[in-house]
Design a protein around this ligand. Structure first.
Ligand SMILES: [Zn+2]
Ligand SMILES: [Zn+2]
Length: 335
């Protein structure tokens, strides 16, 4: 029974905790932004704008329903897996111990007058490094065939709603938990070592100051059908909702573009940036033929595992073929 309450608590936390992306306050701000965008910029009538935002065809689509089920099931799976994961504290401890054992870096004697700036600097560094490791992990999920098999689940969505963020395979969930723990551990241990003492994050309603603003300014619109684009110069700094929607596009020219989450300059620096065009039509998914059963829950859980098995089996059989060929050449030469 206790585990059931824990489950319900985790579900409600997602909507009532400002540390979570789908916190009701952020969903409401996303609604306001899209409403203003449609009425002021796109000059649509109020009623028309509201209908468009809450489009039943999107929110009740087969793809969206699969997102909702995955959201509920993944919480159960991750609840069982979480004790197995390396904790952020263990990583912080390990990095701290390592910093103590080396000799090239010594703790800074910081001027007490500037001490008030350190928590803001710490919070900012964490936000930037966290965003960078998200960029790298996301790019790897696309470029490494084994990881792509797992990440395909997210890209199989044909419609985007704020809950599409939860349309992931649990293995991807585990990868991102480890990534987050590593990033936090490294930043916390480095700051603790360099500045000494406990440094805390600057927060608003318990959320990281910068994450709070990022979510308040419509992070949820990335997974939506409301195509909001920024000026092109701004899309080189921050990822706009339209840019992430392009990341989900079926079109070949959009593949492997816009891996960034908050900042676009990682994409700009590493050549994966795609600036959105306001007249561009974007259809979401992987391809017309792939993922025929993309809304079948069992398929969504099993197909990445089958894909990985096939890749490994192909690799092993091609290796065996190579060894056989080499043996054959060797036998021919020694005859
Ligand atoms: Zn992706
Ligand atoms: Zn996405």
């Amino acid at each position: 029974m206790e585990i059931f309450y824990q489950y319900l608590e985790t579900i409600s936390e997602n909507f009532f905790d400002p540390k979570k992306r789908v916190f009701l306050g952020y969903l409401f701000s996303a609604f306001l932004i899209s409403f203003m965008w449609l009425t002021f910029v796109k000059k649509e009538k109020i009623k028309q704008a509201v209908y468009k935002i809450f489009d039943k065809k999107i929110f009740m689509s087969k793809s969206a329903k699969a997102d909702y089920i995955l959201f509920l099931l993944n919480i159960i799976i991750l609840m069982f897996l979480s004790p197995l994961l390396i904790s952020q504290l263990a990583i912080a401890h390990f990095v701290f111990e390592y910093l103590h054992s080396q000799t090239f870096l010594t703790p800074l004697g910081i001027d007490i007058n500037y001490m008030w700036m350190i928590p803001i600097f710490f919070t900012f560094c964490y936000f930037v490094l966290d965003d960078f490791t998200k960029y790298v992990t996301h790019a790897l999920m696309h470029k490494v065939p084994l990881l792509w098999e797992i990440h395909k689940t997210h890209h199989s969505a044909r419609t985007l709603t704020p809950l599409t963020i939860f349309r992931t395979h649990p293995i991807e969930g585990v990868i991102f938990v480890v990534r987050s723990a590593l990033t936090q551990g490294i930043v916390i241990a480095t700051f603790y070592y360099v500045y000494g003492g406990n440094i805390t994050f600057v927060t608003i309603l318990g959320a990281n100051l910068f994450s709070f603003w990022f979510h308040l300014f419509g992070s949820n619109l990335r997974h939506s059908h409301i195509r909001i684009n920024y000026w092109s110069w701004l899309e080189k700094i921050f990822i706009s909702p339209a840019q992430h929607q392009i990341h989900h596009s079926i079109k070949k020219e959009h593949h492997n573009k816009n891996f960034g989450v908050a900042f676009a300059f990682w994409d700009y620096m590493f050549g994966s940036l795609y600036i959105s065009k306001s007249d561009e039509d974007v259809k979401f998914g992987i391809s017309e033929t792939e993922h025929k059963y993309e809304n079948n829950i069992i398929y969504l859980y099993l197909s990445p595992l089958i894909g990985i098995y096939k890749l490994i089996a192909n690799y092993v059989s091609s290796k065996n073929l190579k060894v056989k060929k080499q043996k054959f050449i060797f036998n021919k030469q020694t005859r």
